[in-house]
Design a protein around this ligand. Structure first.
Ligand code: HEC
Ligand code: HEC
Length: 206
């Protein structure tokens, strides 16, 4: 008799708790998105390099938020927005990270059109030799798990290439492709970086 009513009690309580926790998380998502979009939306009035997150792949978004949480990114930055980014990532729990990644991955990617001055011809040569294999084709991106980069803001691509080179942006050490990304960034100087970005922005379909 006791066991029977015990089961009944569990059966009655469980759906209520599941419903309640699902409901709470759903309620905070729009608030969090608003907070993130203060810097990340296309219409942001904050003058930072923060890129649009729309249409980034879900595993990539989760991993980058994890990189901020583990201080592989952002920890020793001189940029106040990047420091705030680190704090925001650290305040999220795993479920919130998963929901935010799902939300942004489901949005339409918006290519950014701004550019930087640079020698497009030299940039093309460097890009084809050093970057295209991993970043350009669907095939290359799939096998090296590389993100799309051509839609990103010019100022953001420039900054990230420097950060990889100086070690301010570190990667999770679980793939040789990520280490290669860092190694390639170290081969570039300021002029090379600007030329590559000028090329990417002149030919955004590559
Ligand atoms: C104060 C401005 C600011 C706020 C608010 C902010 N971010 Fe960021 N975020 C940045 C900046 C700046 C960077 C680039 C940092 C760097 O690498 O130098 C960034 C980078 C990122 C990246 C990495 C993008 C990539 O292409 O690798 C992700 C993912 C991200 N933010 C997610 C979020 C989420 C989710 C929130 C809300 C919980 C958020 N951010 C709130 C400024 C902000
Ligand atoms: C061996 C493959 C490989 C090569 C070659 C490579 N990358 Fe990457 N790249 C990656 C991977 C993997 C990542 C994600 C690293 C991480 O986990 O943070 C990345 C990240 C990036 C990012 C950051 C994207 C973001 O949203 O923050 C930029 C920008 C970038 N690469 C540009 C370049 C450029 C420009 C070149 C050529 C000079 C290049 N990459 C060469 C694999 C590669």
């Amino acid at each position: 008799m006791f066991r029977k009513s015990g089961y009944l009690l569990v059966a009655l309580i469980l759906p209520v708790t599941i419903y309640a926790s699902g409901n709470n998380t759903a309620d905070v998502l729009p608030q969090q998105v608003k907070q993130c979009d203060r810097c990340h939306s296309e219409n942001s009035t904050v003058r930072s390099i923060a890129p649009s997150l729309d249409g980034m792949s879900e595993p990539y978004l989760v991993e980058q938020l994890e990189n901020f949480r583990q201080a592989r990114r952002g920890a020793d930055s001189a940029d106040p927005y990047t420091l705030e980014m680190s704090q925001q990532a650290k305040a999220l729990d795993e479920e919130q990270v998963a929901r935010l990644a799902d939300y942004y991955a489901g949005r339409k990617r918006l290519p950014s059109t701004g550019t930087v001055p640079g020698n497009v011809g030299h940039g093309e040569q460097l890009y084809k030799e050093k970057c295209g294999g991993c970043h350009s084709s669907l095939f290359g991106r799939f096998f090296t798990r590389s993100p799309r980069i051509t839609h990103l803001k010019a100022s953001y691509i420039l900054a990230e290439l420097s950060e990889f080179a100086t070690g301010e942006r570190r990667v999770k050490h679980d793939s040789k492709h990520k280490l290669k990304m860092v190694a390639v960034a170290k081969q570039l100087n300021d002029v090379d970086r600007a030329d590559i970005v000028a090329y990417i922005k002149a030919a955004p379909t590559h």
